[in-house]
Design a protein around this ligand. Structure first.
Ligand SMILES: Cc1ncc(COP(=O)(O)O)c(C=O)c1O
Length: 378
């Protein structure tokens, strides 16, 4: 495989997985569907044996993911949640995991409801308060989990500071980089040990593939453990899914630059809209995490959330009145989505009841503003 590490990330991404196929010279990656591979005449296996253990299309994706995040190795999973689950399975009963207070609710549920039954200790803390994070560490803390900007309140965590705190306590830091992507934030370069992705979102980019990834800073026990758990437990991404993510990654840079520019325009506009109580977007100077975002984000991303004046009922009305923002979950596709998060997170969530989460697509910013304006009822 060629390495493009000295080139700009835009260049690396534009050429994701396009090393010519050695057999045919094809520039688009082949999709290898074979589940099994023949041994040589001495009965010795070649590089590939069985697709769960290793697959050429998935391997291309894993190289691309590792390269884009400046890691030393990656594992591609069947979803973001199987990536999270595998990380939890690599811990031992009694180990403590420290979550952020605001985090994708699926990850919170997985850890707090399922893995506590398997003996993990799980607690959460507002990671914007570094003293509180230091106090929340225990002698058993093995993993600190960060998600920045967080889902759905867009809290910003200082990755470098939290990595130092984790390491001082003898723990590893995993950063869920799904929302920022490697184009915007570089967790491994800031001290993270592991990066997690739901590649379902921006890396896939077209709302048509479910997948996840773990990328590792070092070829260490965490990495080797994840490779074994994923391949022996079968949590791996299929060849077509791998191919779709490779395809999506090639256009990540222009998509996300456009989405980021439009999200920024919308956030500033919403901030002065009479129907809006507050806007969560790290690019706003009013956002508490703005100074840290300026340090660790090259743009402010395509996600935002806002609280509507008039409570949950009015928030739901806005969602139903909108014509351009699809009322659907997920994020990172070419189409804009808007969702009332409490409706799907349930009553025990820290999310405010009047909060709407927006994934900004590739539509024209003026059209999105007009639609939001009419939906807000002005
Ligand atoms: C930040 C974040 N992490 C992880 C996930 C889970 O990923 P998946 O839906 O691919 O399992 C999501 C899904 O929305 C997410 O937003």
């Amino acid at each position: 495989m060629h390495t493009y590490m000295t080139w700009n990330l835009d260049t690396i991404l534009a050429r994701t997985g396009t090393e010519p196929d050695p057999e045919t010279g094809a520039l688009a990656p082949p999709i290898h569907t074979a589940t099994t591979y023949v041994r040589n005449s001495d009965g010795q296996p070649g590089e590939f044996v069985y697709s769960r253990l290793g697959n050429p299309t998935r391997q291309r994706l894993e190289h691309a993911l590792s390269e884009s995040e400046a890691g030393t190795g990656a594992v591609a999973f069947s979803s973001g949640m199987t990536a999270a689950m595998t990380l939890c399975q690599s811990l031992r009963p009694g180990d403590h995991v420290l979550l952020p207070h605001d985090i994708y609710f699926g990850v919170r549920t997985l850890l707090m409801e399922h893995f506590t039954r398997w003996g993990l200790q799980v607690s959460d803390v507002d990671q914007r308060d570094l003293d509180a994070v230091a106090r929340a560490m225990t002698p058993k803390t093995r993993l600190v989990w960060a998600e920045t900007p967080s889902n759905p309140q867009l809290n910003v965590t200082d990755i470098r500071a939290i990595a130092d705190l984790a390491h001082e306590a003898g723990a590893a830091l995993v950063v869920d980089n799904t929302w920022a992507t490697p184009l915007i934030t570089r967790p491994i370069e800031l001290g993270a040990d592991i990066v997690l992705h739901s590649v379902t979102k921006y890396l896939g980019g077209h709302s048509d593939v479910l997948g996840g990834a773990l990328i590792f800073a070092r070829d260490d026990a965490w990495y080797q453990g994840a490779v074994r758990l994923a391949s022996e437990g079968g949590a791996v991404l299929d060849p077509f899914g791998s191919w779709l993510v490779l395809r999506g990654m090639r256009s990540l840079a222009p998509r996300l630059r456009q989405q980021s520019a439009t999200a920024s325009e919308l956030a500033h506009w919403l901030e002065s809209h009479p129907g809006v109580e507050s806007v969560n977007y790290p690019g706003l100077t009013s956002h508490s995490g703005h100074p840290i975002a300026c340090k660790q984000m090259s743009m402010f991303g395509g996600m935002l959330s806002f609280c509507v004046r008039g409570g949950a009922d009015q928030a739901l009305r806005v969602v139903h009145r909108s014509q351009l923002f699809a009322n659907a979950t997920s994020l990172g596709g070419t189409e804009s989505l808007m969702e009332h998060r409490v409706s799907i997170e349930g009553p025990n969530t820290p999310t405010p009841p009047n909060l709407l989460r927006v994934s900004v697509g590739l539509e024209h910013g003026n059209d999105l503003k007009s639609d939001l304006d009419q939906a807000l009822g002005s």
